[in-house]
Structure formats: C-alpha cells, structure tokens
Design a protein around this ligand. Structure first.
Ligand code: ZN
Length: 87
C-alpha cells in the first residue's frame, strides 16, 4: 500500500513494492510472517519510514484493519449477490 496507491493515485509501472513490517522484526520476530503486520510500500516511501517505524505503527495498523474489514464486507456481499442470481 504505497500511500499513493492507497489514495487511488496511479503508480508507474516498474515501481518496486517492498514489504514493510509494521512492528519491526527485531522487536517482534514472531510476527515476521504475520500478514497483518505488513504493508507494501514503494522503495521511496519505504526509505522515508525507515528509522522512524514507531511513528507509523498506529497509522499502518489502522489501514490494515480497515482493509480487512472491507475485504470481509465484500466477501459477505459476494455471497448475497450469488444467492440472488445477479448476472
Ligand atoms: Zn510510494
């Protein structure tokens, strides 16, 4: 979720996305593979948060929580749409 993409802005082809651990691996190595502890950032945004990760924990965690709620809502509506026979 490069912030540009999260805001609906187009990101150029060829921009690399990198995994960013919301809670640093050194602080919580047990969360290294926990999907909800990660976001993807372009290289520039990843570099901009490096060294000040703690300042972004609340914001990134809230984003992941909202995206999980959105995915659950979409899944719920998908079942409803299928049941109604919508083409
Ligand atoms: Zn970015």
């Amino acid at each position: 979720m490069c912030p540009k993409r999260a805001l609906g802005e187009k990101v150029s082809w060829g921009v690399s996305l990198e995994p960013h651990h919301i809670i640093r691996k050194i602080e919580r190595p047990d969360l290294i593979h926990e999907v909800d502890n990660g976001v993807t950032l372009c290289t520039a945004h990843h570099e901009s948060v490096t060294g000040q990760e703690a300042a972004f924990v609340v914001r990134f965690s809230a984003y992941v929580k909202r995206m999980n709620a959105r995915a659950a809502a979409l899944a719920d509506m998908s079942g409803f749409a299928d049941a109604a026979g919508c083409a």
